[in-house]
Design a protein around this ligand. Structure first.
Ligand SMILES: C[S@@+](CC[C@H](N)C(=O)[O-])C[C@H]1O[C@@H](n2cnc3c(N)ncnc32)[C@H](O)[C@@H]1O
Length: 218
C-alpha cells in the first residue's frame, strides 16, 4: 500500500493512494469538498434529530470529524457507522492537518482513529462511532440508516462498487426519506440509482466540481 499525504488547494490535507493513483478528496480542497457534499447536502438535508449514518470509506476520518462537529453544534444525535477495508497508519493520521485547519483540539479526531475496529465508542455528547473493517461487497447491514455517505473511490477505479446490486443493498437498508449522497455525478451511476428506486437530484458541486448526486428513498 503506497499512500502519500498532500495539501489540497484550501490548505487541508488529503491522501493519494499511489497504487491506483486516486486521491481521497478533491485536490481543489478536502475540507471544502467534504463540508459541501456530506454535511450540507447529506447531514443537513436529512432534517432529523436522531440519525443512523453509514459511511462507505472511513479513510482519513474527515467526514466523521466534520459530522461530529455539526451534530454537537445542532444537537443531532448521530449513531455513525463507517466501513473501511484499508486502514491508514498512526503516522499518517497524525500528519493530517484537519484540526489545525478547523482550529479545534485534536482529542476527538485521535479518539476516532485510535478506537478499536468493531467497537462502538462515544466520541461526544451527540456522536458515537462504530468503525467496521470490511469490504463493502461483503458488508451486510444489521440496522437501517437515515443517511449514507457514499465515498468510495471512483467508478473508473472501482467499478465493482458502483453496481445495481450494491445500491439495491444500500437502498433496502435505508429508512423512508433516507438520503444517500456522493461526489459522483456520472449518468450511468444516476441511472442505476433510479432503477433501484431512488429519487435522484443533481446538485451544484463544490469548488472544482460541476455536480454531485443526492438520492432519496421515498
Ligand atoms: C475517496 S476515499 C474517501 C475516504 C474518507 N471518506 C475520507 O474522507 O477520507 C475512499 C475510501 O474508501 C475505502 N474503500 C475502498 N474500497 C473499499 C471497499 N471495497 N470497502 C470498504 N472501503 C473501501 C478506501 O480505502 C478509502 O479509504
Amino acid at each position: 500500500m503506497n499512500l502519500e499525504i498532500i495539501i489540497t488547494e484550501d490548505g487541508s490535507s488529503s491522501i493519494i493512494n499511489k497504487d491506483i493513483n486516486e486521491c481521497y478528496h478533491s485536490t481543489s480542497g478536502a475540507i471544502n469538498e467534504s463540508e459541501h457534499i456530506y454535511i450540507e447536502n447529506g447531514l443537513l438535508a436529512c432534517e432529523k434529530k436522531e440519525i443512523n449514518t453509514l459511511e462507505i470509506g472511513f479513510g482519513t476520518g474527515l467526514n466523521a470529524l466534520l459530522t461530529q462537529i455539526i451534530c454537537d453544534k445542532n444537537k443531532i444525535n448521530n449513531n455513525y457507522h463507517s466501513i473501511e477495508n484499508l486502514q491508514i497508519s498512526t503516522t499518517k493520521y497524525l500528519a493530517l492537518n484537519y484540526c489545525k485547519q478547523l482550529n479545534i483540539k485534536n482529542d476527538n479526531f485521535i479518539k476516532m482513529h485510535s478506537s478499536s475496529w468493531g467497537e462502538k465508542i462515544t466520541i461526544s455528547k451527540y456522536f458515537s462511532l462504530l468503525k467496521i473493517n470490511i469490504d463493502l461487497q461483503t458488508f451486510h447491514p444489521t440496522i437501517k440508516y437515515d443517511l449514507i455517505y457514499f465515498d468510495a473511490f471512483s467508478p473508473k477505479k472501482q467499478p465493482e462498487l458502483w453496481t445495481y446490486d450494491i445500491f439495491k443493498k444500500l437502498y433496502n437498508n435505508l429508512n423512508k426519506n433516507g438520503v444517500l449522497v456522493t461526489y459522483c455525478a456520472k449518468g450511468a451511476f444516476k441511472r442505476i440509482l433510479k432503477k433501484v428506486g431512488f429519487e435522484v437530484f443533481s446538485l451544484k458541486g463544490p469548488i472544482g466540481k460541476r455536480e454531485i448526486t443526492q438520492a432519496i428513498k421515498r
